[in-house]
Design a protein around this ligand. Sequence first.
Ligand SMILES: Nc1ncnc2c1ncn2[C@@H]1O[C@H](COP(=O)(O)OP(=O)(O)O)[C@@H](O)[C@H]1O
Ligand SMILES: [Mg+2]
Length: 336
Amino acid sequence: MSASATPANRAAEQPLVDVRELRTWFELRQWGFLKLGSVKAVDGVSFSLYRGESVAFVGESGCGKSSLARTLLGLHRPTEGDVVFEGESMSRLGRRGMRDYRARVGYVQQDPFGALAPFMDVRRILAEPLKVQGVRGRAERERRIRDVLEEVRLSPADDYLRKFPHMLSGGQQQRVVIARALILEPSLLIADEPVSMLDASVRVEILDLLYRIQQKRELTLAFITHDLSTVRHFADRIFVMYAGRVVETATVTELLDHPQHPYTRALLAALADPDPDNALAMREVPGGEAPSLLNPPSGCRFHPRCPRHMPGVCDVDDPGNFEPRPDHLSACWLHR
Ligand SMILES: Nc1ncnc2c1ncn2[C@@H]1O[C@H](COP(=O)(O)OP(=O)(O)O)[C@@H](O)[C@H]1O
Ligand SMILES: [Mg+2]
């Protein structure tokens, strides 16, 4: 974790990734033609990521985390807005540019087994991206494959090179996915709920591995999770997401010690007190369900569940970002 992670001391630095008013909408159609509307999975998100920092995107299932990740990876075209990577606008990249771009961004998915082709052995899984990027010479490829297997602690490499995914445990599969994400030496690694499908016993190991790799390689890591409890030891900054938006941003300690947005407070209250009968904690826990992204609520999207909802304000106007504390952004009318 770098101490210089606050946006203030980095203002002079060029960000690695600059996301501006990003929108990724999915058109919903019935029988292939009848337009029902758009699922606004990412709906006006802006942020910058700096070299070597580790950030966490946190929010409930369905709030648009994976859609955001996949847009950053170039797998979805933004409906609006742009992603500027190392000063280069993604919207201007052609096919070749996109291929180079993908080499600079590593991706670790939630489900390791689904991410690995079942008919390829580990050597082939790791050789493939090298071939696509034109790394010539079998010996060079073999060296890089062995090095990356050591790095993810699948060692000795000879024990794993000829294994197929089904011959590996969930934790080992996820190490292979991480190795594949690293083999082209990306500057950004996106890990989308990398441990949520693994046994509890291996979760800490995999998180620890990701943390060590991020530190050693000085990678920028975007760690996506629905679980606020996993981020404290890990991230420099947190982005709290709600219904396709980022609603609160600060450094980890600042955000966890001084949560500002009622949604973040509710998430933290739920963490601190898992007892469903505790009325005090319940008061802060939002009831109901995550809102529909097809027809999001008017005004602040959190207002239907918000314990501090101010009628006539929160249900009418969309709050922009306020800065209730230094370098701490929160999109809530309470800070007006
Ligand atoms: N390819 C897609 N086509 C249509 N809707 C999608 C697609 N991907 C995601 N969605 C919808 O977008 C919303 C956000 O999903 P997602 O980004 O997966 O959220 P999260 O990762 O936070 O759980 C959900 O309503 C989901 O159903
Ligand atoms: Mg997801």
